[in-house]
Design a protein around this ligand. Structure first.
Ligand SMILES: Cc1ncc(COP(=O)(O)O)c(C=O)c1O
Length: 410
């Protein structure tokens, strides 16, 4: 996929390409990633504001958003209570020369809702949290090798991108999702050097209890640390993540995204014997405990205490899935809706069909995430669900007509 630099004549995209390599600092929001082969000058690349489940583009058009900022927002954009709490935190000074009481309060509350959490360290991004978790595991065990399954952010320890030293890459073995044999084989190969197994417990679907239990047993047998990366799944699948859903408890967990409804907060949480390695190694960041994001997280925690947010997301996600299934069903475009309702996918036999559908939907007022998850939010109301059905129906009908008109004559 191109980064959109050449294909787009959108003025905002062109300006962005000049000062920001790739056009934006978030990879999944690059024009070429948003629209793939359907990238065209009229498609929106920038937003002015976001509210509820909608955003306003740079050109003043309103879009219903199913990407929900890559899962960072589960209540809704600009949630009134979150915004008020953040403004209050900003007004009284979000940082000073002593750690804030709010760091302590939110840490205590996280230990009550995430099964493995006895202690907490705050950070600002999911990538930082997973890097910290791996650092803790290595410090705790005195070993180097990590077995990993999933996406953990951009940091060196988990990346094979240009610029990552070969020596760093040598300490990581990537294994496929939900494959017990591959995991056992990787553990046998790592032998005495194994520090940790880190897995995303949901990739397209929730991992099998057999795979996660095997990871738990292998870590126990080899004195290694089991880490669940619940950056996408905590405060979404269940408040306490997939570990709460399945009753399989890791030693460490990373959280981020929905925990602060779009504000910059992540954390590594876990059992005290492993977490306490933080006092022997070095994990620290100047703004890790600034209070605007912690205030947002406190509102999220309050909302989860008051309402069954995750079941709400499941109900709304199922409605969105059904709306899209019904809309595409008559047209035989080779499209499919699959995955858990709270974070589902629209997949296609031919990528170009999905690209074209995403482009036609955005022209009609709906932003779908191409090639990744559609994230449900409490703000996806009935009006939005009806609009999603109408827009996808109309877009699918147009693609179908286009395909019929380009069929060779019999
Ligand atoms: C499972 C998982 N871990 C880590 C990350 C990295 O988080 P961030 O982009 O906040 O650094 C992501 C981001 O998508 C993720 O989905």
């Amino acid at each position: 996929v191109s980064d959109g630099a050449s294909a787009s004549r959108n003025p905002w995209a062109d300006r962005a390409q000049r000062v920001i390599p790739g056009g934006t600092s978030t990879g999944s929001k690059r024009p070429g990633v948003l629209y793939g082969s359907a990238l065209a000058p009229d498609l929106p690349t920038h937003a002015r504001r976001a509210y509820g489940c909608r955003l306003e583009t740079a050109d003043g058009c309103e879009l219903i958003d199913l990407s929900m900022a890559l899962g960072a927002v589960a209540l809704g954009y600009a949630d009134a209570e979150v915004t008020e709490a953040v403004a209050e935190a900003a007004a009284v000074g979000p940082v000073c020369g002593l750690p804030p009481l709010l760091e302590l309060e939110v840490a205590e509350r996280l230990t009550r809702v995430i099964p493995c959490a006895e202690q907490v360290r705050f950070l600002k991004s999911g990538a930082e949290a997973t890097a910290a978790a791996v650092r803790l595991a290595r410090a705790h065990t005195g070993r180097d090798h990590v077995i990993a399954s999933g996406y953990f952010g951009w940091h060196d320890w988990s990346s094979t991108a240009p610029g990552v030293p070969a020596g760093v890459q040598a300490d990581l073995t990537a294994v496929p999702f939900d494959d017990v044999d591959a995991l056992q084989h990787a553990v046998a190969t790592a032998g005495e050097t194994l520090a940790a197994i880190i897995v995303e417990p949901l990739v397209h679907h929730v991992a099998s209890p057999a795979w996660l239990s095997a990871a738990r047993a292998l870590c126990d047998a080899h004195g290694a640390v089991l880490i669940f990366d619940e950056v996408k799944t905590a405060f979404r699948v269940r408040t306490g993540g997939v570990q709460q859903l399945l009753g399989i408890t890791p030693d460490l967990t990373t959280i981020g995204k929905a925990v602060a409804n779009g504000y910059a907060l992540a954390a590594v949480v876990g059992r005290e014997p492993v977490m306490s390695a933080a006092t022997r190694t070095w994990i620290s960041s100047t703004l890790a405990a600034e209070t605007t994001a912690l205030a947002a997280a406190r509102v999220v925690l309050d909302r989860h205490a008051r309402l069954d947010v995750c079941h709400g997301l499941e109900r709304i996600g199922a409605q969105l899935q059904q709306a899209v299934r019904d809309a595409i069903a008559p047209y035989a475009l080779g499209l499919e809706v699959d995955g858990p309702a709270v974070m589902w996918r629209l997949t296609a036999e031919r990528e170009s069909v999905l690209d074209a559908l995403v482009a036609e939907c955005v022209r009609r007022g709906l932003l779908l995430k191409r090639g990744a998850y559609q994230f449900a939010a409490l703000a996806h109301d009935e009006t939005a669900v009806r609009a999603v059905h109408a827009i996808v129906s109309d877009a699918a009908a147009q693609l179908h007509d286009r395909a019929m008109n380009t069929l060779p004559e019999a």
